[in-house]
Design a protein around this ligand. Sequence first.
Ligand code: PLP
Length: 315
Amino acid sequence: MPPGSGHSIWLDGELADARGPHLNVTDRGFQLGDGLFETARARRGVVIELDEHLERLRAGCLALGLNLSASDDQIAEGVSQLLVAEGLAGTGSGSSPGPVGDAAVRITVSRGPLERRGLLPAGFEDLDATLVVQAWPYAPTPAAQLERGLRAVSSSIRRDPSSPLAGVKTTSRADYVYARLEAARAGADDALFLTLDGRLSEATAANLFLIAGQTLATPPLTAAILAGTTRTWLLAHAEQLGLAVAEVDLRPEELLAADEAFLTGSVAGIVPLVSLDGRPIGTGRPGPRTGALRAAREDWIDAMSMAALLPEPAD
Ligand SMILES: Cc1ncc(COP(=O)(O)O)c(C=O)c1O
């Protein structure tokens, strides 16, 4: 079977045939989008920043009152089993033979199945969450897209920073799908959300950054954004890479006047953004510092995966 043929998933504690059937039709994830998910990058079978993803998942479970009984270790074990079963855990490198296992991993949790109708019918507290892990071969961002950069439109959907769900990665993604449709209908690659009061928030599946002079700026957590793991990494590493960091409210005019801009996400990494609503950002071309940050993040991912595979030192 070729790697990543998608024949298996990991469902509630064991490998299962991806072609199913698996889910009860009353599952609340299906019926109501009553669930959460995480998408992470794996390299050499090592899930990058798995702890951060699981921490965010558990914070979401707490916010929505989902009972996820699986431990972090059990989830990590499930992901490993799946990557091996799918042939996506290759440990090769430039000097050793065999493929480097690069994958996108999705962990989805829903409140579980409940026969009764309604938003919170009797019995909802007793449900044990459904847990599914899926894996795909990693599809690198096409070189042509990196050379040209992404074009964005501003979505007509506004984000409410006072919403307690603004930073929760729920499976209720209709707003994000709609915004991506707005982009596609305008011939653009992605959409940026603004807050109700006109500040920049984030893209449909990525955080937003700009570079102005020697400063790397990004909207703060109070701008109705997801606290992205790649965003957190950049804020921690940018100074070593020669940039001062600023989590500040930004307006579209500041984005257009920036020297460079980019979007960040776990799987796609750091991808240049070159226009908003048909107007160029900076020169309208991907900038050199965006390219350098992207390379630094990719190198770090590679180093983290190698380090995780080193044998534990003996006591
Ligand atoms: C809305 C949104 N913002 C930001 C991100 C980036 O988060 P991360 O860097 O953890 O992938 C994502 C990732 O899917 C997202 O869906």
